[in-house]
Design a protein around this ligand. Structure first.
Ligand SMILES: Cc1cc2nc3c(=O)[nH]c(=O)nc-3n(C[C@H](O)[C@H](O)[C@H](O)COP(=O)(O)OP(=O)(O)OC[C@H]3O[C@@H](n4cnc5c(N)ncnc54)[C@H](O)[C@@H]3O)c2cc1C
Ligand code: SF4
Ligand code: SF4
Length: 364
């Protein structure tokens, strides 16, 4: 397995980095400045942990999926899953993004001591992401709501290990769940397996940190209260009112690394949560493992969550959106490989041929 200089040459310099944070803080050589990474000194380590965990270095995602979700029925559009539900919190939590499902799954984990800490992402200013290890139910509200700026939250894994956390729950974006699985898949044989519960978010793209400057320039003196992406645009709520930005304007700030991302629904998580687009205030929940189903069942039993059937036409829409992202970004990946970026997936594999076929069928 190659090392830090290979990570620098293959990932930092090609702008494919997803800013998951998995390579950060283990090694004094890699640092991040807001949303980009730098190698502070030349690294002579031939085999680097940083390289092994990165979701933008070569991985056989099919094999990784088979390892962590072995019994789950395969689906090429949204990844392996048992069930899809419409879910919302019975009593909402302040600042929740959609249905408050994630916050209530986290509350259930904490109450039932299913993990000793939960990796969450909060924010003082409601924009700049700040990952932290939550151990207390009061911490949940600090992280409610989405921070659309990319955040290197997995840098906190080392802190969890330093704090002797053996069972960890993680709320993360798809690239972060991928990195967690790869971290375990490529762990040294003398290291114990990671004991994780993973709650994956849906994610079409995240934003570079220059978006914060854009907000400050456009809404000077206003205090941002929340950001949201309902279907009609990008909504910025401030202490002075609500502003709606055209999505095309916001997408100019998309993080370059998101253009190489093939996962919209956190396909390797135990349970994945996104917005339910057909009705505000609800979530879409995809159950992918027995652990994920047990967690959802516990939250429903406690009356924290209300769980309903998922409409067939919405499932088709979700699958279409996911295939659309995969197909667009497969094109970007092919173009990057053609320009000399070191291949980080096997574009000739059957899985990607099926994506192409499904996407073609959608266009016809
Ligand atoms: C960058 C980003 C892009 C997204 N894109 C989509 C999309 O295209 N379609 C879609 O349906 N849903 C998307 N989501 C998910 C959506 O915004 C909600 O997080 C999800 O529907 C859960 O809602 P909730 O009410 O249950 O969350 P809440 O109960 O409010 O909990 C939100 C959770 O999100 C975590 N979080 C916040 N910001 C980040 C971050 N930057 N990185 C990692 N974790 C974070 C917090 O730790 C918190 O636990 C995106 C989320 C993010 C962070
Ligand atoms: S994708 Fe993650 S692991 Fe890879 S270089 Fe970026 S932050 Fe590090
Ligand atoms: S689009 Fe992909 S790479 Fe970008 S933040 Fe979302 S999951 Fe990570």
């Amino acid at each position: 397995m190659p090392g830090g200089m290979d990570l620098k040459n293959e990932v930092f310099q090609s702008s494919t980095c997803a800013l998951c944070g998995a390579c950060l803080d283990w090694c004094p050589y890699i640092a991040n400045m807001e949303d980009h990474l730098v190698m502070r000194f030349d690294c002579n380590v031939g085999e680097g942990r940083c390289y092994a965990v990165c979701p933008r270095t070569y991985a056989d995602w099919q094999a990784i999926g088979d390892r962590y979700l072995p019994d789950t029925p395969r689906n090429i559009e949204i990844g392996p899953y048992f069930n899809v539900f419409r879910v919302k919190a019975a009593a909402g939590i302040k600042g929740q993004q959609d249905g408050g499902t994630v916050s209530n799954l986290v509350k259930t984990i904490m109450e039932d001591e299913l993990a000793q800490a939960v990796l969450l992402t909060g924010s003082e200013d409601h924009v700049t992401p700040e990952p932290f290890l939550a151990v207390d139910i009061d911490d949940i509200e600090k992280a409610a709501g989405s921070r659309f700026l990319a955040s290197p939250g997995l840098r906190k894994i080392i802190e969890a290990q330093a704090n002797k956390v053996q069972k960890l729950a993680v709320v993360g974006r798809p690239c972060q769940i991928q990195a967690l699985r790869k971290m375990d898949f490529n762990r040294r044989p003398d290291k114990p397996p990671l004991d994780l519960i993973t709650i994956g978010l849906f994610c079409m793209w995240s934003l570079g940190w220059d978006f914060n400057e854009y907000l400050q320039k456009n809404f000077p003196g206003e205090k941002i209260l929340s950001l949201g992406i309902p279907q009609h645009g990008f909504v910025v709520k401030t202490d002075k009112g609500e502003h709606i930005l055209p999505l095309d304007e916001v997408k100019k700030f998309n993080k370059a690394g998101c253009g190489y991302c093939l996962d919209m629904t956190s396909e390797l998580a135990d349970i994945s949560v996104g917005a339910f687009e057909a009705e505000k205030g609800w979530n879409t929940v995809i159950v992918r493992s027995a652990k994920g189903q047990e967690l959802l069942d516990k939250a429903v039993e406690k009356d924290y969550l209300i769980c309903a059937d998922y409409p067939e036409e919405e499932l088709n829409r979700l699958k279409g959106a996911s295939i659309g992202k995969k197909n667009r970004n497969l094109n970007n990946i092919q173009a990057a490989f053609d320009k000399g970026v070191k291949p980080f997936i096997d574009l000739n594999s059957e899985m990607y041929a099926q994506v192409r076929k499904l996407a073609e069928g959608m266009v016809k």
